[in-house]
Design a protein around this ligand. Structure first.
Ligand SMILES: *Cc1c(COP(=O)(O)O)cnc(C)c1O
Length: 360
């Protein structure tokens, strides 16, 4: 068996310890004589898995008691509709457009009400985060929406926008559990887990109690009503049980790493190695305004599409895989999520140095 350094933006690398533990429990989960995949979601064993997972993410993010944690399906993209269906009481919402995911979310919300795009960085290919200190927030906006870490472009909100008292909703798919977070600043935080937490198929929603109501838009399906899942503790129907089990193991792994402040320290150390190298390289260059750089997704280019392709190919042959940039951006992108080791990032930088010497 040989493992590669996987820089995929998602589904992405998971901690090896977690995969090994899951492998060891595959045929017989702790004396139950069955795999978690084969288990009733109403069984005592699964009940303990989901309750423990919820408690662990609560501990990690210090989630206050007036917020609920929901383990749902449909990926992050399902939330693009679920959010307006549940939250758009006035049928007005403000969106900050910092990339493809925010754009898609805004477009979906438009099916349900008026969407005001109150800031955007599209003028410079989303290479920065717009100034959000004094936005024209709509008086009747039900919420202000951001994509906190832009997976494709490699930007991150370092300070949250001033929403002028309106509820903040954030897609944190690609920065989930990568650093400490003040949950009280948000009304709703959500993310697909396949970037930084677990296998695709689970989306975690952290939502303040007062936003969970029966007063949703007419025609909202039962399955797309937050209250359905909050009342049933994420067990209204069969949840993505195996995925939740793996998420739970990743929560334990992060706890063992020292929690979110320690995660942040490690992530900063990893990102610094790569950004420092990019900043002095004569061949490669980062594409993002330095102050808005993501710790998780690092896009870079040589400026020559053929050379980019050659780099991606040769890196792959050297065991550094999935470095091709998103199809809308080109170039390269290294996603260096929680589970990517420091060794993985230094191996990448060493390879880049060698490539630069050979190709400059
Ligand atoms: C990957 C990603 C999505 C889409 O996730 P799906 O689970 O595939 O729907 C949405 N937002 C962000 C920020 C992402 O990185």
């Amino acid at each position: 068996m040989s493992r590669v350094y996987n820089f995929s933006a998602g589904p992405a690398v998971l901690p090896e310890e977690v995969l090994k533990e899951a492998a060891a429990e595959m045929l017989d989960y702790r004396g139950t004589g069955m795999s978690v995949m084969e288990m009733s979601h109403r069984s005592r064993a699964f009940e303990e898995i989901i309750t423990t997972a919820e408690q662990d993410i609560r501990d990690l993010m210090q989630i206050p008691d007036n917020y609920r944690v929901l383990f749902l399906q449909g990926g992050a993209s399902q939330q693009f509709a679920m959010i307006p269906m549940n939250l758009m009481k006035n049928r007005v919402a403000d969106y900050i457009i910092t990339g493809q995911w925010a754009k898609k979310a805004a477009k979906e919300a438009e099916k349900y009400g008026k969407v005001n795009r109150i800031a955007s960085s599209e003028d410079k290919t989303f290479s920065y985060i717009p100034d959000c200190s004094d936005l024209p927030v709509s008086e009747d906006a039900d919420y202000v929406y951001i994509c906190e870490n832009n997976t494709i472009y490699g930007t991150k909100f370092k300070t949250l926008p001033d929403t002028k008292g309106k509820t903040l909703v954030a897609d944190v798919s690609s920065c989930f559990l990568s650093e400490p977070v003040d949950v009280t600043k948000y009304g709703l935080i959500y993310g697909g887990v396949q970037k930084n937490i677990g296998p695709a198929g689970v989306v975690i929603v952290i939502i303040r109690d007062d936003l969970i109501t029966e007063d949703v838009l007419p025609g909202t399906p039962t399955m797309l009503t937050y209250k359905t899942h909050a009342d049933a503790k994420s067990l209204y129907n069969t949840p993505p049980a195996y995925g939740i089990y793996i998420c739970g193991k990743v929560f334990k792994w992060i706890k063992a790493q020292g929690g979110l402040s320690s995660m942040k320290e490690k992530n900063e150390k990893k990102a610094k190695v790569l950004y420092d190298y990019l900043d002095q390289s004569s061949l490669f260059k980062g594409t993002v305004v330095p102050k808005d750089r993501s710790l998780m997704n690092v896009p870079f280019v040589t400026g020559d599409a053929d050379l980019d392709a050659k780099f991606v190919k040769e890196a792959g042959e050297a065991g550094l895989v999935n470095l091709k940039g998103h199809r809308t951006v080109g170039g390269m992108r290294a996603s260096i999520y929680n589970a990517m080791s420091y060794e993985g990032v230094t191996a990448l930088v060493e390879f880049m140095k060698k490539f630069e010497e050979e190709n400059l």
